[in-house]
Each structure stands twice: as C-alpha cells, then as structure tokens.
Design a protein around this ligand. Structure first.
Ligand SMILES: [Cu+2]
Length: 190
C-alpha cells in the first residue's frame, strides 16, 4: 500500500517537473501577462484615456496607465517598421517620473516578428540593434519578441515600466533591421 502511494507521489512529481519545463520552453511569453487578442479588440484598445494629453505627435502621460503599442502597422502609406500608440505613428512619449506604465505590445503584422524594448542608446541603429545594446548600456525594458498574427488573432504581452530614471530614452524594435529602418520613438521622462 505504501509502495503504491510512493509510486503515485513520484508520478505526480515527475509530471509537475515536466510541466514546468514545458512552460519554460515557451519562448514567446516568458514574462508578464500575455495572450492573444482579435482584430475586433483593437478598437477598444485605441480609445484614448481621459488622463493623457496629445499635442502633435507627442503624448503626455501623467498617471500610471496601460499603454497599448501596436507593432508592424499594415496600413497604406505607413511603414511596416512602425509602432502605433492611440493612432499616432512612432510618437514621442513624455512620461512623468515615478509612474508604473503597463506597456502592452501587440503584434498586428501578418508576416514579421516584433518587440518593444526601451534603451538609453540613441539612433541611428545598426542592423543588429540588439547586440549593440548588449555591449553598451542594455535595456530598461525588453519585452518578448512576438510572432506575426494569424487569421486575425494577434499576440500580446504586458510588462510594467517604472519611470524612475529621468532623461531621454528610446523605445525600439530589436528584430534585426527594424530599428535600423526607423522602428523607434523617443521617450522623455521629466
Ligand atoms: Cu519590428
């Protein structure tokens, strides 16, 4: 009887270890909240919250909110190497210090991977933007690389950025060639 119990406990332990290993091998969503949204959800995400203000292509963020970032815009006359935030292409973000911003990256592209990372390294960026940053400065935030959408189902990931460091930073896509081709925007924390 005890032997059977031992075998059962062993089997459960093996299963638990196997399942956690499986979770760790999911390369797209290793951190934070993640999942999928449908094209029909994008309308709700693009509603501008009342506590931000926009002037030209600059967005002023004065409270701890969720910022939806669409990546790989598929619209005529807009480069695919673009982020879109509340209808603005690669906008400048002015963020008050000491806020907790939930950046929700959403890959709306149907044929390329993209991600959302924040760096202190200014443009221009080389083809391998990632390796340059690894060598000097690193990232304040580096969200996972998300696969392209399929059949209108889009991958997203949310991570919290705390605006404690003041100064000028840039949000970029680290997929090879994307930041080099203009997939970046400025962040001012002041
Ligand atoms: Cu990209």
């Amino acid at each position: 009887m005890q032997r059977r119990l031992f075998a059962l406990v062993s089997a459960i332990l093996v299963l638990a270890v196997a399942l956690s290993a499986l979770a760790l091998t999911n390369v797209y969503f290793p951190r934070g909240e993640s999942g999928t949204v449908a094209v029909s959800d994008l309308g709700n995400l693009s509603i501008v919250p009342s506590d931000i203000s926009i002037s030209g292509n600059t967005i002023y963020i004065n409270s701890s909110i969720t910022v939806p970032v669409e990546m790989g815009i598929m619209m005529p006359n807009i480069s695919m190497y673009s982020f879109m935030i509340w209808g603005h292409v690669n906008p400048k973000l002015v963020i008050q210090p000491h806020l907790h911003i939930d950046f929700m990256e959403i890959n709306v592209d149907n044929d390329s991977y993209h991600n959302f990372a924040i760096t202190g390294t200014p443009p221009p960026y080389p083809y391998m933007a990632m390796s340059t940053m690894m060598n000097g400065g690193g990232f304040l935030m580096d969200e996972p690389m998300l696969p392209p959408q399929s059949g209108g189902i889009m991958h997203y990931s949310v991570e919290t950025f705390t605006s404690n460091a003041q100064g000028t930073f840039w949000y970029i896509c680290t997929y090879p060639g994307h930041a080099e081709n203009g997939m970046y925007g400025e962040i001012q924390i002041a």
